[in-house]
Design a protein around this ligand. Structure first.
Ligand code: GDG
Length: 521
């Protein structure tokens, strides 16, 4: 995979991932969403919501093996009633003593949720990092609350971090916490963060309210990871432009700031390839997908084009419908032959931009269906229901085309899951050139520019008409790529880098500028 990164080898993680002994470290994983949530059902019984995604499952296993702790926001209705006096609960609930791990919950008020999560995280950082500046909605209270919640998380983490251990923060909810943690955890504890979304160019980031504080906060980490080298490059550019005292060493992939070293690295995240391939090929998945499509009235002889996304404006769903309309306009012989199935789970529904998107998607689906539907064919099947992994994997396998066209996306796991699910099948991946995944799958996918309806429609037509031999060799080539970088490899590479990183105790005190300043600002 390394050879396909593009954008500069400086930020490419070094070395081949070896076997990592998770148990060698006390690990504290920190994320906004928790891996297990306790809720009351209608009968007042406590039910547990479990992780279904590959990342959460992978991190859960690592925390368990290390005997560590996961710190996250307790947002379930029964969460407070199952924790001990330290706000901790052992998960999974059925695990025997010693087989589970500790989930430490952080409590947020409604106001904190509104201003930290829905506010600064999702109406400032999210749109900015996806370069959709017109959707940024700022309010000074958002930053205050974001900083306050980061403080709450830092306090909770400090209770669990151990000397010689690892603290691993996930994502853009924690732009301040690393800076705070430096003074609250032992010097010998490695502090790392993975930023799951893009990092934008300086030209965009310069508009970020409190952007300097976010950069300084993130430089509290010993290791800061992004999906692709481009995002590392953008981050470095922002640091150079914004923080006069920071010194960048591109060759060694390091930034020295405030006397401390932060190593940057690109770690393209993968998916559980073997598990998906196996489950997608099983009868259960085939039957679940067939039942789903039958219930939606899809003819079993129709070609299926599949979209799977959270309903987020970055995913390009209305634009995809524009392209589909263009396809049926320009290539009428495909009418009646192709059904586009879009799974769109609701997300962040309290935020106006997301409510607008939900309405817009429904409206475009209705318009396309009104224009082209016949008595026995509905061109677009759209649902907001969250389907089981079995149904999802079966649909991936059944779909002739995986239609993945985000306007911007840190990585995009759906593209990889679609490829993994093909097994010995030959579904064609149509992939946006704006997804991080394009950097290493673009060569063998059908690449499209998602804002350009004509280009996307042509790409879709090419995929639908592609001859079997070409479908097969492209699928095999894509499979080799996703296999070489599955979730396990990502975990081992990222964690290997955390274990190897220069910790605070290793750094020369007041490490300065002299050993680093290759390209000073
Ligand atoms: C962020 C970054 C980056 C969706 N609907 C159903 C379902 N899903 C699962 C998919 C996939 C996951 O949700 C979505 O992952 P993505 O990567 O596509 O997108 P984000 O949620 O925006 O994730 C992104 C990622 O973090 C990891 O770093 O790749 O760029 O934005 O796994 O399968 N799963 C099931 N039913 C559904 O209806 N079972």
């Amino acid at each position: 995979m390394n050879q396909t990164h593009g954008g500069g080898s400086e930020w490419t993680a070094e070395g081949t991932p070896g076997a990592v002994d998770w148990s060698a470290e006390d690990m504290v994983v920190v994320s906004n969403r928790q891996p297990f949530r306790h809720d009351y059902d209608e009968d007042g019984e406590v039910v547990v919501d479990r992780p279904t995604g590959g990342l959460t499952a992978g991190l859960s296993a690592a925390v368990r093996d290390s005997g560590g702790t996961w710190v996250a926001w307790g947002d379930g209705t029964a969460d407070r009633d199952v924790v001990d006096e330290n706000d901790c609960v052992s998960v999974p609930p059925e695990a025997d003593e010693g087989d589970g791990y500790t989930l430490r919950r952080v409590w947020l008020s409604d106001e904190q949720v509104e201003q930290y999560y829905e506010g600064f995280a999702n109406q400032v950082l999210w749109p900015l990092c996806h370069s959709t500046m017109s959707l940024v909605r700022d309010d000074p209270a958002y930053w205050e609350r974001y900083a306050e919640v980061n403080e709450l998380f830092a306090d909770a983490v400090a209770d669990h971090a151990r000397p010689g251990g690892v603290v691993w923060l996930q994502d853009y909810h924690f732009g301040v916490a690393p800076g705070l943690l430096r003074d609250r955890i032992p010097d010998s504890t490695a502090l790392a963060q993975f930023w799951h979304i893009p990092w934008p160019s300086w030209d965009v980031f310069r508009t970020c309210p409190n952007g300097e504080e976010v950069l300084a906060g993130l430089l509290g980490n010993d290791l800061l990871g992004f999906h692709v080298p481009r995002y590392c490059e953008n981050f470095v550019e922002c640091v150079e432009e914004s923080l006069d005292e920071a010194r960048v060493d591109r060759e060694r992939g390091r930034i020295v700031y405030d006397g401390e070293v932060t190593t940057l690295g690109a770690f393209p995240m993968g998916v559980p390839v073997d598990d998906i391939r196996e489950r997608a090929s099983a009868d259960e998945a085939r039957d679940a997908a067939a039942a789903f499509l039958d219930e939606k009235g899809v003819d079993e002889n129709n070609k299926v084009v599949l979209g799977v996304d959270r309903l987020d404006y970055t995913k390009g769903i209305p634009e995809r419908l524009d392209a589909l309309e263009r396809l049926f306009d320009d290539q009428p012989d495909l009418r009646g032959e192709v059904t586009y199935v879009q799974l769109g789970t609701e997300s962040r529904s309290n935020i106006p931009a997301y409510q607008d998107l939900q309405e817009r998607v429904q409206q475009r689906v209705d318009e396309v269906n009104e224009r082209f539907a016949t008595d026995d064919w509905t061109p677009v099947v759209y649902t907001t229901e969250y389907v089981t992994n079995e149904t999802l994997y079966g649909l991936y396998r059944r779909a002739d085309v995986g239609f993945v066209t985000p306007l911007r996306d840190g990585m995009n796991l759906v593209a990889q899951e679609y490829v993994a699910a093909q097994g010995d099948g030959d579904g064609v991946l149509v992939l946006s050139d704006q997804a991080g995944a394009f950097d290493y799958l673009g060569e063998y996918a059908v690449g499209v520019t998602p804002q350009d309806a004509t280009d996307t429609a042509e790409g879709l037509a090419d995929a639908l008409r592609m001859a079997p031999p070409e479908r097969r060799w492209r699928t095999r080539a894509l499979q080799r790529r996703v296999e070489a970088n599955d979730i396990d490899t990502w975990m081992r590479t990222a964690f290997g880098a955390i274990q190897a990183v220069e910790r605070r105790t290793d750094a020369p005190v007041g490490a300065s500028t002299s050993d680093a300043g290759e390209s000073e600002s």
